[in-house]
Design a protein around this ligand. Structure first.
Ligand code: NAD
Length: 266
């Protein structure tokens, strides 16, 4: 059964990694999908072709989520060509790692502007569109759903990645505050907090046997996460199966938050 049949989804940063897997799973579940990307037309077109093979509509749209002048027209296109929006997945993100004492203002601003301001801009446009179109009881019990891709680093401090951890900590309270503000209008806002997932952003942490084994010291479940693990959680959060869930951070992390240093008694 296609749980998202008749719904329209926008996924940011959807030409690779987690965003790609989320876009594919939403399409498989019956949603029409706008694939946002910032660079690499071929990869975005390939994702859209795979989504279209599920018998739903797929669009590609190039936009930098940190720029208001890019984000507003992207949502206008969503309204014009897909007729509106039911699901936003705020996935686009990046890292600019540095020791804190060497971190430049540019490294700080780049990460905050994509990971946090980008989620603000897209969430605001989605909420405006949800409210403009109103309830669609034929497809969902909620007026709209936003899924923010955060990280275990919304709660785990991360030395050498202060800008990234600050951006994800910001996503946590932005998400919860938006959820609180719009719950009475039946708009649900939640986050998925991935642990270590096999994607380009963290290839150095898993692409050799040595780095993979070191990573497993942080993962009680003793396997790396796959992008599909996040895609399936996103479908659940976007569907009526999670209709009573809002303002929640769902950790999909193989137990990374379980103080792995204590797994043998500490
Ligand atoms: P990725 O590098 O494959 O994906 C990030 C995507 O965002 C890329 O397609 C990139 O082009 C896009 N992007 C970057 N800046 C953008 C911008 N300004 N506008 C539009 N798109 C932009 O890495 P990923 O692991 O798939 O990351 C996806 C999300 O998951 C990120 O928010 C990341 O912080 C989060 N995350 C990943 C992991 C992990 O282990 N891979 C863990 C926790 C959280």
């Amino acid at each position: 059964m296609q749980k998202l049949k008749g719904q329209r989804a926008l996924v940011t940063g959807a030409s690779s990694g987690i965003g790609k897997a989320v876009a594919l799973e939403l399409g498989r579940a019956g949603a029409d999908v706008l694939v946002n990307y910032r660079s690499g037309d071929d990869m975005a077109n390939e994702v859209a072709a795979q989504i279209a093979s599920f018998g739903v509509r797929a669009l590609v749209h190039r936009a930098d989520v940190s720029k208001e002048a890019d984000v507003v027209p992207m949502f206008e296109r969503m309204a014009a060509e897909l007729g509106g929006i039911d699901i936003l997945v705020n996935n686009a993100g990046l890292q600019k790692d540095a020791d804190f004492h060497d971190m430049t203002l540019d490294q700080w601003n780049t990460v905050i502007s994509v990971n946090l301001t980008g989620q603000f801009l897209c969430s605001r446009e989605a909420i405006r569109l949800f409210r403009r179109q109103g309830m669609r009881p034929e497809v969902s019990k909620a007026m709209g759903k936003i899924v923010c891709i955060s990280s275990v680093h919304e709660v785990i401090p991360w030395a050498g990645h202060v800008n990234y951890a600050a951006s994800k900590g910001g996503v946590m309270l932005m998400m919860k505050s938006i959820a609180q503000e719009y719950a009475s209008q039946r708009i649900r806002v939640n986050s998925i907090c991935p642990g270590a997932i096999r994607t380009p952003i963290n290839a150095g942490a898993w692409d050799t046997e040595e780095s993979y084994n070191a990573l497993m010291r942080l993962v009680p479940y003793k396997r790396i996460g796959e992008p599909e693990d996040i895609g399936k959680a996103a479908v659940w959060l976007a569907s009526d199966d999670s209709d009573y869930v809002t303002g929640a951070s769902i950790f999909v992390d193989g137990g990374m938050l379980l103080y792995p240093g204590f797994e043998n008694g500490g």
